[in-house]
Design a protein around this ligand. Structure first.
Ligand SMILES: [Zn+2]
Length: 215
């Protein structure tokens, strides 16, 4: 089973990716995780990617495609996978199809977790982090019992600049512009399925699960 998972920042895509991979026992290919691991190991690829990520830019297509290609060639991913964080634009989507068809493989399903802007703003805008121990909270969904301080270590919680409304709106604009052609492309291929993403994680997962049971 080969799945692509699409969703805006704050759509809960990461949570769903984990649930799907655990349930169906398929490997999770997250380009974000791969980049973070390569950066940590300070590989040439990681150092190259870091230059862009540090400046808040997206990693260029060809660099991203080469890491995805490397992943797809790994034996543990040969029978199936869930791709998360890729493709990010139509060029990458077409390239992915090319890589797979060269190998006589194809994508079974593309899920788009569709979330309204207000829900995304609430989910991301309410995030708080502890800069000392890394614990994370949400002012509405997972508040600290000590208000603005970390339950684990007492440090004052921070609101990351990335999570502030104007930055989130900018990211959403960029995301929406890039995602629309991908959505149309997969729709034409007849493999796109929209999932209503304003629901809670377990409800979202059960819609995906029932749809995958029939693939
Ligand atoms: Zn803490």
């Amino acid at each position: 089973m080969r799945i692509v998972l699409l969703g805006a920042p704050g759509s809960g895509k990461g949570t769903q990716a984990k649930l799907i991979c655990d349930y169906f026992k398929i490997p999770h290919i997250s380009t974000g995780d791969i980049f973070r691991a390569e950066i940590k190991k300070m590989t040439p690829l990681g150092l190259e990617a870091k230059k862009y990520i540090q400046r808040g830019n997206l990693v260029p297509d060809d660099l991203t495609i080469s890491i995805v290609k490397e992943s797809l060639n790994k034996s543990e991913n040969s029978d199936g996978f869930l791709l998360d964080g890729f493709p990010r634009n139509i060029y990458q989507a077409k390239k992915l199809n090319l890589l797979l068809t060269e190998d006589k493989k194809y994508i079974d399903k593309v899920y788009l977790i569709d979330v309204t802007q207000d829900v995304i703003l609430e989910r991301i805008g309410g995030r708080r982090y502890c800069s000392r121990c890394g614990a994370s909270y949400h002012i509405r969904f997972n508040p600290s019992k000590l208000d603005d301080r970390c339950e684990a270590c007492g440090e004052v919680l921070i609101h990351r600049s990335d999570d502030k409304e104007d930055i989130v709106l900018d990211r959403l604009t960029v995301y929406n512009k890039a995602i629309q052609p991908i959505v149309n492309y997969y729709k034409k291929l007849g493999i796109l399925e929209k999932i209503h993403g304003d629901a809670n994680p377990s409800e979202i997962f059960s819609s995906i699960r029932s749809s995958l049971m029939v693939v």
